[in-house]
Write a protein that binds this ligand. Structure first.
Ligand code: PLP
Length: 381
């Protein structure tokens, strides 16, 4: 006999389940409402808004076009943005060093394999940040390495890599620095100075709290102009994408118009919250409320506190043999809270994100739902 199951609501109401995931995220009602328009992708009014979004991204990052910075928008999810940098920038005689301690570092390795771009991988365990000293040794030993790629917050676990320390090494050796800041841009201040990234990639549906549809690359214009003639891809050619914006204000191919309207509203709401500082404060409070609640229930987090970000947290499964993630997930989802499975190879974990339109009260509510689900399953973690 099956008990009737409540389905996850599908109507675009404020009663959608809350997403405790690393993106797409729960967005505000006003961000969703901004999409209730059809914009002509060639029309001056829409192109003005695209130009404004590009300017505002530079402002959020704290850099200026007059200092040589560009913001380039590209159709597709975050992965497309990262791949476009490799496809556009690495010369035929180039070689990329990838720092990896999780799935997104490994995804960069896959991209390089597919593009047949020579590369080396500097791995650390999933609970250990990238090692700047190992990078230093590798760059000193191999002058053929032209580019270094790192992930800021490795969303696999929630670990934070020290991109400034890595950047100082990259700069000292005079190589090009590529940073996947997908899940951290907007949630942590990032220094674009001397040891900062030459190319930083993030996407619409992470900490800016827009909806999925495009990624964006912040880069030094001079570094991008150097890449003329290198591109291995037509649609993922970042330099041609920039030239398109500069020629007629347009995306080269159909833009995600609705996602761009939503993103503009998301930027308004980021400003209202006090920019990155304000948003970081809310995420930090969310993370603290979550950790306190989960620790009270007896859960242990996978990462040591010193390397844990305030983006997403991996929790170890309770030792109780009656625990299954599938049943636990379903019971919590029935209460209106969407958790995220783990992605770690060495430990059984699940993840709870605290980014998106979530507040401390939501973090306490998900902890309550988790407590009730465990009670029903007869489990004490
Ligand atoms: C989300 C994410 C990506 C991109 O994932 P998409 O599903 O392509 O948007 C890349 N790197 C990191 C660190 C991420 O968190």
């Amino acid at each position: 006999m099956n008990a009737p199951q409540r389905s996850v609501p599908v109507l675009p109401s404020s009663r959608d389940a809350l997403l405790f995931t690393p993106g797409p995220l729960t967005t505000s009602l006003s961000v969703k409402q901004a999409m209730l328009h059809d914009a002509g992708s060639w029309h001056w009014e829409f192109n003005d808004r695209v130009r404004s979004i590009r300017e505002r991204l530079l402002a959020v990052a704290g850099v200026q076009r007059t200092d040589g910075w560009e913001a380039i928008l590209l159709q597709g999810s975050g992965t497309f943005g990262v791949e476009s940098v490799f496809q556009t920038c690495v010369p035929h005689e180039g070689r990329v060093a990838v720092l990896s301690n999780g799935a997104y570092g490994e995804r960069m390795v896959l991209m390089l394999q597919h593009a047949r771009i020579p590369h080396v991988v500097l791995r650390t365990p999933e609970d250990t940040p990238n090692d700047p000293a190992a990078l230093d040794t590798a760059l000193a030993a191999d002058p053929t390495i032209t580019h270094v790629a790192a992930v800021h917050c490795e969303t696999t676990t929630g670990i934070l890599n020290d991109i400034a320390a890595l950047g100082a090494v990259v700069r000292r050796h005079g190589r090009v620095y590529v940073v996947d800041a997908m899940s951290s841009f907007g949630a942590y201040p990032i220094a674009f100075g001397d040891s900062g990234p030459d190319f930083l990639i993030s996407s619409a549906n992470k900490c800016i709290e827009g909806v999925p549809g495009f990624s964006f690359v912040l880069c030094r214009r001079s570094r991008l102009l150097e890449c003329e003639g290198r591109a291995r891809s037509l649609s993922m050619n970042l330099l041609d994408q920039l030239k398109g914006f500069e020629k007629n204000g347009q995306f080269r191919y159909t833009p995600p118009t609705h996602a761009l309207l939503a993103f503009e509203q998301a930027l308004n709401e980021l400003d209202l919250e006090g920019g990155i500082t304000g948003r970081a404060d809310r995420y930090r409070r969310n993370h603290r409320a979550l950790l306190e609640g989960m620790q009270r229930l007896g859960f242990r987090s996978y990462l040591p506190a010193g390397v844990q970000s305030h983006i997403i947290t991996s929790f170890l499964f309770p030792a109780d043999p009656r625990f299954t993630f599938a049943e636990f997930y379903r019971r919590v989802a029935e209460r209106g809270f969407i958790l995220y499975p783990g992605k770690i190879s060495q430990a059984d974990t699940f993840r709870i994100g605290n980014i998106g339109r979530l507040f401390e009260a939501d973090m306490r509510a998900v902890v309550t739902a988790i407590a009730e689900a465990l009670d029903e399953m007869g489990i004490r973690p």
